[in-house]
Write a protein that binds this ligand. Structure first.
Ligand code: TMP
Length: 210
């Protein structure tokens, strides 16, 4: 199965990790640093606020019951819609897109129950990022952060589930690096916020040296 590479002028950067690992905080930091360096950058996330993303939010907050298969298909549908409506048009304009979660979340979260091959096949029309950062944070630390910030605990948010998703994430990313030549960097996300952003930017800035 061959995933298309990004052939557009803009760079596509993805930030992945388990719940509570600081994805949105760090995406914001990357976009801030890129803009400070004079690069046009757009911050976005999956699941989106689009049509499929809205249904996913209801399921994630346990207000709507979906089968695991329907859940998985909606994540993939939301991603296709996101790529076509938001990501690709900006990459074509030469804007760098920084996206919180992408195909690796789908394979790691839904692959545990449904098998990675099917989820991977659902995503095979999605372009590979130019760089994927995995924010590695111990599941216990993530759960402490989640309890401190959220009134409602979502689907997947317990230490055992997050531990097995973290292990799956690391093996999926290793496989994509080997089989699809996908550039992946694992960054320690348990350090203070500014230190994590600095560590991430060490991987990001070389993308702009051509
Ligand atoms: P968020 O908390 O980062 O907004 O993500 C929402 C949840 O959705 C999070 O628990 C991870 C999960 N998720 C999947 O299970 N599959 C996917 O494809 C994506 C993008 C997210």
């Amino acid at each position: 199965m061959a995933f298309p590479h990004n052939t557009h002028p803009g760079r596509f950067i993805v930030v992945e990790g388990i719940d509570g690992s600081g994805l949105t905080t760090q995406s914001t930091g990357i976009v801030r640093e890129l803009r400070a360096a004079g690069t046009a950058a757009f911050q976005t996330k999956e699941p989106t606020d689009g049509p499929a993303g809205g249904v996913l939010r209801l399921a994630l907050t346990k207000r709507l019951g979906l089968t695991a298969e329907t859940f998985a298909l909606l994540f993939a549908a939301d991603r296709m819609d996101h790529l076509n409506a938001d990501v690709i048009p900006r990459l074509k304009m030469g804007t760098t897109v920084v996206c919180d979660r992408y195909i690796f979340s789908n394979i790691a979260y839904q692959g545990v129950e449904l098998g990675q091959d099917w989820i991977q096949a659902l995503n095979e029309k999605s372009i590979l990022p130019d760089l994927t950062i995995f924010l590695d944070v111990p599941p216990e630390t993530c759960m402490k952060r989640i309890y401190a910030r959220q009134a409602r605990i979502e689907h997947f948010e317990d230490v055992d589930t997050l531990s097995s998703i973290r292990t799956t994430f690391l093996s999926v990313l290793r496989r994509f690096r080997q089989e699809h030549d996908a550039p992946i960097a694992v960054v320690d996300g348990s350090n203070p916020i500014e230190m994590v952003t600095r560590d991430i930017m060490r991987h990001v800035m070389p993308l702009f040296r051509t």
